[in-house]
Design a protein around this ligand. Sequence first.
Ligand code: CP
Length: 317
Amino acid sequence: MTAVGPHLLGIAGLNREQLDFLLATSEQFIGINQREVKKVPTLRGKTVVNLFYEASTRTRSSFELAAKRLSADAVNISAQSSSVTKGETLKDTVQTIEAMAPDILVMRHPASGAPHFAAKQLTRTAVVNAGDGLHEHPTQALLDALTIKQALGKIDNLILVMVGDCLRSRVARSNIILHRILGNKVRLVGPPTLILPAFKELGVECHHHMESALEGADVVMSLRMKMEYLAEAFVPNADEYARKYCITERLLSSYAPDSIVLAPGPFIRGTEISSEVIDGPRSRYADQVANGVAVRMAVLFLLMKGMGERVTVEEHA
Ligand code: CP
C-alpha cells in the first residue's frame, strides 16, 4: 500500500484506509509538539524546500516547523524575493532547486495544477501541494479532519457545513473530496453567485439560507470571503454578505447547538464569522493551527519513509 508518495498533490486519489493512516500518523506527532524539546531525529539529513508563490502565514510556517522538528533542513523561497521576479519559468525554477538535491519540495502557487506540473519535471524530489489556485489544499483538509476527530471522537456520520466562497476555495474542494470519501453529508451555503447548482454533482447539498444549511450540523466551517471579489460583483457588499452569511452564535445556538466551528484562516471578523464565535467555546481554530504542524510532520515523514510498514515515531527525550 502506498498512501503518500511519491508526491502528495491532492486528497483526490486517496482512499479511506489511506486517510485513516495519515490521521493516525499525525496523531503520533501531536505529543512531540507539546514537549519542552520539540525535536526528533527522524528526518536528519533530509532537506525540505518551501517554494511559495503566494502569501501564507499558517501553511508555510507550519511546514517549516514540521521539517525542523523532524531534524530536516528547511529552506524557504518566496517568489517575490526570488529570480521568479526576473522572469524565470516555473520549470527552470523547480529544476534549479532539484539540482541542489532537496528531498521534498513544498509548493504553493496561484495556478491550479502547478505542483502537478512541477512533479512531472522532477525525478528525485517529492512534491507536496501547499495550495494550488482554485484546485486543492490537501494538508488543510487533513488538519481539519484531525481536528474534527479530536473534538468529536469520530470522523464518520457527520454533517459538515461550509459557509461562504465555495466557488473559489481550494480548502472547500479538498474538504468536499475528503468528506465524501468518509461518507459524510456536506452542505455548502452562500449566495447563488458562489454556490452553483453544478456543485450538486460533487455529492453535496447547496443552500442559500443559513437556517436550512445549519440544521443539525456537527461541524461548521467558515471559508475565506475574498474581499477582492466584492469588486467583481460576486456579492453586493460586505455588510449585506455579513447580514446573510456571517456565522453567529445566535444562528448556531438556534440551528446547530452542538456544533463545533472551524476556520482555515485567515478570517474576517464580523463579515465571515463573529468574534463571539471564533473566540468562543465552539471554535477549534487554535487546534487547527496546532494540528497543522502535526499533519505536516506526518506528510513529510511518510513521503520519506513510505507507507509499506506500520511506522512508529522515534521518541528521543
Ligand atoms: N489556511 C491557510 O492556508 O492559511 P495561510 O494562507 O496563512 O497558509
